[in-house]
Design a protein around this ligand. Sequence first.
Ligand code: ZN
Ligand code: FE
Length: 253
Amino acid sequence: MPLDIVTVPCLSDNYAYLVQGPDGVCIIDAPEAGPLIDALEARGWTPGVILLTHHHHDHVGGVAELRAKYGCKVMGPKAEEDKLPPLDMGLAEGMNGGTGEGYTVPIEVPGHTLGHMAFHFPEGGVVFTADSLMALGCGRVFEGTPEMMWASLSRLRALPPETLVCSGHEYTLSNARFALTIDPGNDALQARVAAVQAARDEGRPTAQVPLSEELATNPFLRASEPAVKAALGMDGATDAEVFAEIRKRKDNF
Ligand code: ZN
Ligand code: FE
């Protein structure tokens, strides 16, 4: 039974997700309760678990209301326990759970925050990355270091290329404009930017993309590419140094 994944727009540009699989329904991040309750009720679904990626308010603001309404269990990174709403279970790497397509592997991807987690469903073929790897971009490095974020992205980059990457914000169009300044000669990027523009013109979400497409077009994942290093005048630099330079340019873009 394949996972049924529902993208739920929340707040001004956040995405939360509903995942229905063999173990029931789980919610990935809860920016606010209202849109999630509407999406659940429209399908007659009752969530059993909320999985939280990191402590920022725009990912956890709806937890208390959802927990009160459904009595669902709340799980998130143990490393951020002191900043998160009360957890029923603090997660660390290795605490995999679920069955079949619902089998869930938490991956520690620090950088944006120190405890940020991604949730990989290897049998379901999807990874929820929130503010770590994002469509054509990555989260700002608030708590960690660029080296740490590069290491986190490198782990996500190594997942099977057909994996669907579902991230936490609709930032793709502004990410696309920046990506073109780093990698202007990339034909796949040019084509993707046009597709993203068309999707946004129709109001469709663009933050759910196969990893293979990110590998071909996301400048932050391409910091190791000789063409990208050359375009930045950083031929002899390490991958992490090139990543740090791209991140710095994006912060000032
Ligand atoms: Zn965040
Ligand atoms: Fe966020």
